[in-house]
Design a protein around this ligand. Structure first.
Ligand SMILES: CC(C)(COP(=O)(O)OP(=O)(O)OC[C@H]1O[C@@H](n2cnc3c(N)ncnc32)[C@H](O)[C@@H]1OP(=O)(O)O)[C@@H](O)C(=O)NCCC(=O)NCCS
Length: 162
């Protein structure tokens, strides 16, 4: 059985259904989305508001996804990233982010990608660290950032730094 991971940027309702199927089984998805319909709504809203959504498939089975939102000033937020529990620690999320960043680079070589991570989310911290993101404490969360080109780092309030 091949373990190759295929990453695509979703483009139609058919792809969206695959992401929704993953989101519905996600036990970790953002706490405010507690039931399956709300999780579906979250993904569908992201799709409808033109987020870039990337899907990872292994042997044609959806195994992970990442939602990226453009913000003003060439800033891109990793809104959410997920790998199903059976496929974790086999670089699925890493490949999703690498593909997402390469897609962002086609728009701009001066952009910044960031994610807000729960302080105790070790897996997520490790993921962003492994891709060379800079980690900073930001209130009760951690902000992971990566710059492309010579863009200056985002200015944060002094008291929110480590
Ligand atoms: C966070 C998450 C997306 C990581 O997915 P994944 O596919 O397992 O991550 P990868 O296999 O690509 O791992 C990337 C790196 O992080 C490391 N890593 C991932 N999980 C880890 C863990 N629990 N402990 C230690 N290292 C870990 C991997 O070893 C790898 O590092 P390396 O390349 O130096 O070996 C996944 O755990 C998940 O879906 N969690 C629930 C949802 C969530 O919290 N999303 C993040 C919201 S910000």
């Amino acid at each position: 059985m091949s373990l190759e991971v295929l990453i695509t940027r979703i483009k139609n309702e058919e792809d969206l259904k695959k992401v929704v199927s993953l989101a519905r089984e996600d036990r970790d998805i953002i706490l405010s989305y507690r039931n399956e319909d709300q999780k579906e709504q979250f993904i569908t809203e992201q799709y409808d508001t033109h987020s870039d959504i990337f899907l990872a498939e292994q042997n044609q089975k959806p195994v992970g996804y990442a939602v990226i939102n453009p913000e003003p000033n060439e800033l891109y937020k990793v809104e959410y990233i997920y790998t199903n529990p059976e496929s974790r620690k086999s670089s699925v999320a890493k490949k999703l982010l690498i593909e997402a960043m390469s897609h962002i680079r086609t728009y701009s070589d001066q952009s910044e990608v960031y994610a807000v991570i729960g302080f105790h989310n070790r897996s997520s911290r490790k993921l962003f660290e492994s891709l060379g993101f800079t980690m900073r404490k930001h209130g009760s969360h951690i902000r992971a950032t990566k710059n492309f080109g010579d863009r200056k780092e985002t200015t944060l309030p002094r008291d929110s730094l480590w």
